[in-house]
Design a protein. Sequence first.
Length: 267
Amino acid sequence: MEFSASTPWLPKLLISIVLVVGHYFLRRRISRGLDNFSFKRRQDRDEWHSLLDVFCHVGLFIGFLIVWGPELRNLFLALTTFLVALVIATKELMLNVLGGLYCLFGRSFQVNDVIKVGDWEGRVLQRSIMNTRILKSGLREDEDGAVTVIPNSQFLTQALVRWKEQDSLVRGEWIFPIKDCDPKVEMDRLNQAILDCREELELEADSPSFSARFEWKQDGSLFLTVSYECKAELKSRLQEGIALNYFSLRNRKAEDGDRFPEAHHSS
């Protein structure tokens, strides 16, 4: 029997069919012989049948490897090449997905927490399986460059620092009008009010942080502006404590005719 050169797989296909048919009849013939053989225990017969099945299946598998060996080898190499190319092409995608799953199931942080990973730091606005959007510290969401998108792959390779929502730092300003007052004296009073408030709340010397400066407005009025950075839960207590201490010092040392304006808050 002759075969066309354009169908080199046809002889192997026929040999494979012969192997399957031969496997079936050989297994059936030997199985009948085992059934006719007298065993002391039924369990022994079942064990021989199981052993027969193993040898027949292994023999059929080896026969297929011999017949289709080159084709299977080429198929395996092609499949390996495809998988390697797929991993290389989707490496960043896979890392982002793994990082997203890590953050989700590991509960590394929540929305509104403040995080720092690598060179990025800010409050978490939104997180997804692929990336995390944060608002940079000290900026508003409507400012240019304020919102940053962090690939979730960074959470697998960079150290993560997290402040919970209630422990996150907030920034803002308090503005004190000091019209008809000595600016230097008012600065000293404000610094003393801050120190007294730290002692009353039993705060550390360097946390929260404050900085004071003088500012002239367009109408020519002078204001004392205090910039602060503190935990969100301390904001209202600090604002109230510093204002009370400051105006208490002013009332204690003020001369007749002095004004005692209220502080304005700018977040």
